[in-house]
Design a protein around this ligand. Structure first.
Ligand code: SF4
Ligand code: SF4
Length: 432
């Protein structure tokens, strides 16, 4: 899988995992005793004059829309039937605040009737009000294509997987072609955008073609499937430093979200099962299907995986995934992989200084002088890193961290720097 150069003069070539042409069905995890849904709105137990919509003990149906307050835009969709057992604050990466809604799952499932009653109305409003929490996650930009500075003109469906050892999107291309086709029709209808492209691995071109979107082939070598490289290689458009694909009128959506959209309207109920890869301690990867909100603990139990205290659990793939710190952490609509690494084989990060070996420079697809950038990041000089060493050109592929002989967590430094600069800039805008 990972072919490292034995003399370090050639870039390591890491090929994406290619799914078989007739892949087996994902292993289905039974419904857990409790699901936890992460709502993207801070929890305020006192409500501060707002009218709370949820409380402990409330009965909940599968497919029911759950919002904290009457006037909240943020909502989740319950993936199970049961009773709310807790509402609590949860702080995620970089201090992001969520409300964790825990639901004790009942034996008998009841489907909420609100979405099924509207299923004949394939409008943007219906999608906005019920389908932003579907497996694969609907990005905001799809729901407001004219809301950004540049109106969206092109939608790119990612039929490729973003990281190594992951096949969840490819599986959807092969096994859910009729849902994807319906999803593409709905996307066209609700956005008014006809220019829809599906980015596919070469071996799945035929399956991808069934979607009705224009097929373009992605290079099988990492990190070609990251959006900014798809923009450059498949659309011939370079995203300038500090700009996003949306700024150039292009929106990205995962093929799983497109299939979920199609399935919701085809079947008249909101899908709740998320496909993702479970990457075990020995590096083997297996496709799994579990309802959104299932705790990681239940996934490990189904595979007899014993998570030791010092083992590392990661959401996402080996290059760009992020650590989580509790087996209670739930599967999210955008979880494409859960990886566990044995503490004995962990590639530990260090606080050794950069030794200027230059390994990170030729590997960087954004041609950043990473050895210089890292010097500013290590001492918290984020603005200088942005002004002088191209911080905002970084596409967050993680290749520099992978090759760094000093084991400096460069990607994490980069993400932290961007987050801090974003926070400062938002605070300045608010105080103007
Ligand atoms: S993560 Fe590292 S290698 Fe990748 S684009 Fe950013 S600086 Fe370059
Ligand atoms: S690979 Fe690591 S040690 Fe080598 S130059 Fe880059 S940051 Fe420095």
């Amino acid at each position: 899988m990972i072919k490292r150069s034995f003399i370090g003069l050639i870039k390591p070539r890491m090929r994406y995992q290619a799914i078989e042409l007739t892949p087996p069905e994902p292993r289905k995890i039974p419904a857990p005793k409790q699901v936890t849904l992460l709502l993207n709105e801070p929890y305020d137990p006192f409500g501060q004059g707002k009218s709370p919509q949820l409380k402990k003990g409330d009965p909940i149906k599968t497919g029911q829309k759950l919002a904290l307050y009457e006037d909240s835009d943020a909502y989740v969709v319950s993936s199970a039937t049961g009773t709310i057992s807790a509402l609590s604050a949860l702080i995620g990466d970089f201090g992001r605040s969520y409300t964790a809604i825990s639901i004790d799952v009942a034996e008998n499932e009841e489907i909420d009737e609100q979405f099924p009653a509207l299923v004949k109305d394939t409008s943007l409003e219906t999608v906005k009000h019920f389908l932003t929490f579907i497996p694969g996650n609907l990005p905001d930009v799809i729901l407001s294509p004219n809301g950004s500075s540049t109106p969206i003109e092109t939608i790119v469906i990612c039929g490729v997987d973003r990281d190594l050892l992951i096949t969840a999107n490819q599986h959807t291309v092969v096994k859910e072609s009729s849902s994807v086709k319906r999803g593409v029709e709905i996307l066209k209808q609700i956005t008014g955008i006809d220019n829809i492209i599906i980015a596919s691995p070469e071996h799945l071109m035929q399956d991808a073609g069934l979607s009705g979107a224009e097929v373009r082939v992605v290079n099988p070598v990492y990190p070609a499937s990251l959006p900014k490289l798809i923009m450059r290689d498949l659309l011939g458009r370079v995203v300038p430093a500090g700009k996003t694909c949306e700024d150039l009128g292009v929106a990205f959506i995962s093929v799983q979200a497109v299939a979920s959209l199609g399935k919701a309207f085809n079947e008249g109920r909101i899908p709740v099962y998320k496909h993702f890869n479970l990457i075990n301690k020995d590096g083997t990867s297996v496709l799994v299907s579990a309802i959104i909100g299932t705790p990681v603990r239940d996934i490990f139990a189904a595979f007899n995986i014993d998570a030791g205290e010092k083992d590392r659990i990661i959401f996402g793939g080996p290059m760009t995934g992020e650590s989580i710190y509790s087996e209670d952490h739930p599967i999210q609509p955008d979880t494409d992989a859960v990886m566990i690494q044995d503490q004995k084989s962990l590639a530990l990060v260090s606080d050794y200084p950069c030794i200027n070996c230059s390994e990170c420079i030729p590997i960087c697809p954004a041609k950043i002088q990473v050895n210089m950038l890292v010097r500013f990041l290590e001492v918290g000089k984020y603005q200088e890193a942005a002004d002088e060493y191209d911080l905002y050109s970084c596409i967050e592929c993680g290749l520099c961290s992978f090759v760094c002989v000093s084991r400096i967590p460069i990607l994490q430094y980069i993400k932290l720097a961007k987050y801090e600069l974003g926070r400062i800039s938002r605070a300045e805008e608010t105080n103007v």
